[in-house]
Design a protein around this ligand. Structure first.
Ligand code: 5RP
Length: 232
């Protein structure tokens, strides 16, 4: 089965967790898009739901499908967010931000009672880090922030190249919040919790793509069916 079919399967399996009347966070990325499209079909059949998107892209997709939307200003607590991931381990530590939406994704996840990760099983790894860790940085003083990030990474016993994420035309990629993304190619993140704490202390770092303790359920589509990881 193709990776796209697996993403779609995982996304559709997550619909079982979505109950009528819920306030729901909508993730970002290709897997989350399958979920939003499947939800759109339910909404077209009269399903009652109110959603907060994690990016302008997801907002546009949800709008096009007539999914009722709100904001965290109007609705500060959500029942559930369903989102993809770039990597996850068995403890449900995640790397997110491959699509550049990690800040809104983390804000929405923190405002949700539950986060369900949807992915094809290629995203499941023994150790996080093969996927470069995205870090969202304020453009002002970015050079100084990068030096502090290098030290923070070293202090968490990791190392690797840090690269500014660019668009295809070579201009810096700018997030929905107006920030840069630096991708940190660390190979293996030995101590995700320590690294997350170290990066959080840097003033110019807005957020990083390590999601730790935010999700207790992952729905992974494999060639032989759906695999669930649940942390009790
Ligand atoms: C966007 C994300 C996505 O969830 C992550 O990049 C996975 O995307 P995809 O489902 O397209 O593989 O974190 O910021």
């Amino acid at each position: 089965m193709s990776a796209e079919n697996l993403k779609k399967e995982a996304a559709e399996a997550a619909l079982d967790y979505v109950k009528s009347g819920m306030k729901l966070g909508l993730g970002t990325g290709s897997t989350a898009n399958y979920f939003i499209k499947a939800l759109g079909k339910k909404v077209a059949n009269g399903f009652d739901i109110l959603c907060v998107p994690t990016s302008i892209a997801s907002q546009e997709l949800a709008k096009s499908l007539n999914i009722p939307l709100t904001t965290l200003d109007a609705t500060s607590k959500l029942d559930l967010v369903v989102d993809g991931a770039d990597e996850l381990d068995e403890a449900l530590n995640l790397i997110k931000g491959g699509g550049g939406a990690l800040l809104r994704e983390k804000i929405v996840a923190a405002a949700s009672s539950q986060m369900i990760v949807i992915a094809d099983d290629s995203k499941l790894v023994n150790h996080l880090g093969a996927f470069p860790l995205p870090v969202e940085v304020v453009p002002f003083g970015a050079g100084a922030t990068i030096e502090m990030m290098k030290q923070a990474i070293k202090n968490a016993a990791s190392s690797g190249a840090i690269r500014l994420r660019n668009n295809v035309d070579g201009t810096p990629f700018v997030t929905d919040g107006g920030h840069y993304i630096y991708d940190c190619a660390l190979g293996q993140i030995l101590n995700p919790k320590q690294l997350a704490q170290n990066l959080n202390l840097i003033p110019g770092v807005v957020e990083h793509g390590l999601f730790i303790g935010l999700s207790k359920v992952a729905i992974l589509a494999t060639a032989t069916g759906i695999k669930k990881i649940e942390i009790l």
